[in-house]
Design a protein around this ligand. Sequence first.
Ligand code: TPP
Ligand code: MG
Length: 898
Amino acid sequence: MTMKYEEVAAKGEFSAEVAEWVEAFDEVVASGKQNGVELLEALRLRGRETGVVIPYRLSTRFRNTITPDEELPYPGNREIERRIKALIRWNAMAMVHGQNKKDPGIGGHISTYASLATLLEVGYSHFFHAKYTGADGRELPGDFIYFQGHASPGVYARAYLEGRLNDDHLKNFRHELRDKPGLSSYPHPWLMPDFWNFPTVSMGIGPINAIYQARFMRYLENRGLIEKTPRKIWAFVGDGETDEVETLGAISLGAREKLDNLIFVVNCNLQRLDGPVRGNKRIIDELEGVFTGAGWNVIKVIWGGDWDPLFARDTNGLLLRRMEECVDGDLQTYKAKGGTYIRQHFFGKYPELLEMVSDYTDEQLTNLHRGGHDPIKVYNAYKRAMEHKGVPTVVLAMTVKGYGMGSAQSRNATHSEKKLTDEGLAAFVKRFNIPIPEESAKQATPFRPPQDSPEMVYMQQRRSELGGYMPTRSLTAAEFKAPGLDYFSEWLAGSGGRAVSTTMGYISILRHLLKHPQIGKQIVPIVPDEGRTFGMESVIRQVGIYAPEGQRYTPHDKEMLLFYREEQDGQILEEGITEAGSMASFTAAGQAYSTYKIPMIPFYMYYSMFGFQRIGDLVWAFADARCKGFLMGGTAGRTTMLGEGLQHQDGHSHLLASTFPTCVSYDPAYMYEMAVVLQDGIRRMYEKGDDCFYYLTMYNEDYAMPAMPEGAAEGILKGIYKIRAAKSGEATVQLFGSGAILNEVLRAQEILAEKYQIAADVWSVTSYTELRREAIATERWNRLHPAEAERKTYIATALAGAKGPIVAASDYMKSLPDVLAPWLQSEGRCRLVTLGTDGFGRSDNRAHLRRHFEVNAESVVGATLSRLAREGKITGKKAKAALVDLGIDSEGKDPARA
Ligand SMILES: Cc1ncc(C[n+]2csc(CCOP(=O)(O)OP(=O)(O)O)c2C)c(N)n1
Ligand SMILES: [Mg+2]
């Protein structure tokens, strides 16, 4: 063992007595490393007892965690694997380069995969299991891999060699809209549903989803829904990507819940897009500290094997010290400039080091590898990671961005490199020994050796031993029968005059669903520390909160009926205050129908304000992953969520929801509406198999829930139905209401009739978004079929014969009803008058909030009369007097601007 400490001791920093102690320690270590660990642990305890506490250092020396003497020999054929890797490198490069030559600006990345190739290939040849075999011989799903998204050309290139993709695919990289099938830029299950599982390319999304995936796997195991297998979740993460809060923000969950099924590999190529990740520091040191602090097992793979002989010569630790003097910016420059520069500036700093490499040529110095490019080092790191028990492992692998790309290597601009020069391509082919003529090289022609070549045989054999190709996304049509509408009869019947909120109503539906004999166990209630606010105590009592270690304490409320119950097989995921974490759980559960072949039905309930606007990018990835489930936005509505004010009162989540192509959103007013939507949602997603998800808003205002009017179900689902026709006479005005504001609209109908003798119909609009989508689709069809009979939109059909202006009010922004404006025209004039809650929320009670935002019954009446005056149906004078009468301040501040 090298005594690096001697170097410090030599400077006289330690006393002779300390030196003796260190010597004794060395002897203990010589008798076994574990003995050394025990001794240090004992000393630490003793130190604490005697009051000697040293500050904890979370990063160790800048060298590999695994020493050469601990390394296991490589189990594969290195030479063949090197050739396979070279072929993949070439095809990835040829694909991107070729496409950019043909279609300048189409983009793609070549330098990230160049740095990642060994890290992936060692996995492909020796670790990534496509499937496992269960105890009864059944085939079980394999490992999950979260690839660095922009390394996808390398993943495609391997699939091409494997024969899963053909030349046409490669030719159509980033050309998805042609007659031949194309390859998506990045991992998008939506676009390549047989290939990709996990969308990763938005930085930070992959890592947090991987963590919660690992936890969800344990959840399914602990609940007995899947068999325990040694399967792993691998997440390949960029070092720049670790800047994202999502990447590191949830790592403590890994150790807390003992997720030893999770392996992070951070590709530390020291660069991001614009420049160095930590030019003035070392990202590996920083990440080592962060992950160690979070309780992970950290394995550093910094230096390649060709440094080992130099370390062996480094008897006084000077080489390591020199390495530690360098910051990442230096390390990047060395790789960009090569051997001569390295000799002069790295080794040249100390004569002893210069001497150490005097028998090395400049080329040899150029080619001193980094750990992430050395299969033996990587293999050993992965092997340890696989075997590590109790906590997750992070492999911090130092690599070179643009590895092997000649003058483009390790340059700040490397990330954006899409093409090499013709000479660069020829040099690449030569360097990696690709057996193609120079001319083909310059044309960036893909190359696949014959099926019976040693490389192909070896590669196929490795994959077949590991269970098949990866990534692969597949579905097995699971038998699923959704409960019928009669299962929800309790909510269709109304509350019998009892005042309840839709939130409470939802909780009672959830409890009912959890009891369902078939699908009950597949329901996954998810909540971020708002369970009690939402009245979930009864659900906690019913199915328990998931806690992998059970409940290790006696809850203080144990004697109470609704105590805080944690169980190893608890069904609720109570995530704590993390909407991102909750969303990641929702994602793991929402794609379980494909990843685990179990159609789990997640219900994620949260404050609607902290949904789309806070974690919208995770929702986007959720949609990309073809996930299913129910987002339940609680305490919805800018005026219904009272008291809390500006940052709590949501008046726009429905607009945000409308931007997600597969999100079906509803703003139900009554429980029967919610029941109809939930029933149909389960049927549509799980029985019919649509890859969509639902967003429902829920209010915390108590009011009586009416029974479902006859025949309302279709309209509820389509987005609109007439809920109360004018009591007497034909209506001359149409009123639209949604969510809790529907009650205000119904009150307005009465005021209009009683005080102003105006007959109005009231419509419940459950989804402006769905109505608009239908209308757009119908309109598109009409546009594309000008010679055929025009089709009628649903909104037009529903409103057929309904006369007069339309006044719409909701607890959301005016833009929401406005999305229907194009279909609500009459004689060149828009019939629609919109009331909504534009502007920042305020702290006050509902009556004041609704008056302020002009969505109370009086405002609806005022808006109606005002419009009738403009249409000449009543006099302006009468309308003006009415406004005064209704208590509306015509000169008051505009809430949208105030
Ligand atoms: C949320 C988000 N922000 C920005 C980008 C643009 N982007 C793509 S790759 C990249 C740099 C990635 O650097 P790193 O994670 O170190 O990966 P490397 O390519 O170096 O392996 C950036 C900023 C993105 N994809 N996602
Ligand atoms: Mg990087």
